[in-house]
Design a binder for this molecule. Structure first.
Ligand SMILES: *Cc1c(COP(=O)(O)O)cnc(C)c1O
Length: 369
């Protein structure tokens, strides 16, 4: 008989460096009493991340959401922004909080990123930008999106929260579009407790992003923009520096687990996994599984796992265009693929220290009817 786990198995568990390593990093902070406002660790982390992500222009933020919101502000946009309803709340909130109007494009059945075939039909004279999401670490069709954006003179800002460290044919994902936002939240593959960054193409954005995350202050006695407080502090940066040392090992551990899931669940009728994308170096952030015509529904599998104290997550359910705060303005039926996938998808537990036996157990529970 299978027994219930005593401590719950959650969908993710934050990676942590050895405690001594982090404590060692704190000493210089005590010596200098420099706790935030672009200190030494902030600058060091920025430099290391540029190298790791293979990108020349990068700014750090207190979290991914502020990075996205302030990047859109920096671009001084107005009008409509085409985006996906199949994402975390942050993506659309960043658009709306900038006074912009989201226009939801449906997703494709393959990798759940924007359905590029529909993209162009949503462009109007008011469209100013596209904010696609590399959801679950699946890369969008970056080439076609760029082609369409160029033809219509639109900005492209990727929500790349899930794609830290990923590469396409050796090129860092931060290189696509006008800008890409990365999240370093505790639940992400790489984290700085809370944190985020934006990589950007136009060097001129650098000063503006810096100012916008610091209240719009442009000089000792001048404030030129209605900025916010989006600064990453030294404790966050220190955690980021520690975690970066161990990151490749953590990703390698995730890979083993992800491959076991694929081995056990791939090819089962009624179960769909995302296809591995050719040329992509994955970070194995998530293990989304779509139950479509399987002997049990997504919700039944969710409950079944829960009975053993295993908590998969319904990422991303519900779709953003059916949130209470947006329901009056949008119809989820207008993006039927996103609506259906949201009702069928379950993201299974996946984190570096998840024991392989638990992956097997999760697969057993799913497969035994
Ligand atoms: C995590 C996440 C964000 C927001 O990142 P924070 O660092 O938590 O602010 C934005 N978009 C997506 C898709 C995310 O998963």
């Amino acid at each position: 008989m299978r027994t219930k786990h005593e401590t719950p198995i959650l969908v993710t568990r934050s990676s942590l460096p050895p405690l001594e390593e982090y404590v060692e990093m704190l000493k210089p902070i005590w010596e200098t009493a420099w706790l935030t406002n672009m200190g030494n660790y902030h600058e060091e982390l920025k430099a290391q991340l540029k190298a790791y992500m293979k990108t020349p222009n990068l700014e750090l933020f207190v979290n991914g959401h502020m990075a996205l919101e302030l990047t859109l502000q920096a671009m001084n946009l107005s009008g409509e922004v085409i985006t996906t309803p199949f994402s975390f709340a942050s993506t659309t909130h960043a658009i709306v909080r900038n006074g912009l109007t989201p226009v939801f494009c449906d997703i494709n059945e393959e990798d759940y990123t924007l359905d590029v075939d529909q993209l162009e039909s949503l462009i109007t004279e008011k469209t100013c930008a596209i904010v696609p999401v590399h959801v679950y670490g699946n890369l969008c069709d970056v080439e076609r999106i760029q082609e369409i954006a160029d033809r219509h003179h639109l900005k492209v800002v990727y929500d790349a929260a899930h794609t830290f460290g990923e590469e396409l044919n050796g090129k860092g994902v931060a290189e696509f579009g006008d800008a890409s936002m990365f999240s370093f939240h505790a639940t992400k593959v790489f984290h700085s407790i809370e944190g985020g960054a934006v990589a950007f193409r136009d060097e001129k954005l650098k000063d503006l992003l810096y100012q916008l995350k610091n209240f719009g202050i442009t000089g000792y006695e001048s404030v030129e923009y209605v900025g916010a407080n989006g600064k990453m502090n030294e404790f966050q940066a220190a955690m980021g520096l520690c975690n970066l040392r161990h990151l490749d090992g953590e990703i390698a551990k995730r890979k083993v687990l992800a491959e076991r899931y694929r081995e056990r669940l791939g090819g089962i009728p009624g179960i769909r996994l995302c296809r591995e994308q050719p040329g992509v170096r994955s970070n194995y952030a998530y293990m989304p599984v779509v139950f479509d015509g399987f002997s049990a529904t997504r919700d039944q599998i969710f409950e079944k796992l829960k009975a053993f104290n295993i908590f998969a997550r319904k990422y991303f359910y519900p779709c953003i265009n059916s949130y209470a705060c947006y329901r009056d303005q949008f119809r989820a039926e207008d993006t039927p693929v996103a609506q259906r996938i949201a009702s069928q998808v379950l993201t299974l537990p996946l984190y570096a220290d998840l024991p392989l036996e638990v992956v097997d157990e999760i697969c057993d529970i799913i497969l035994e009817q």
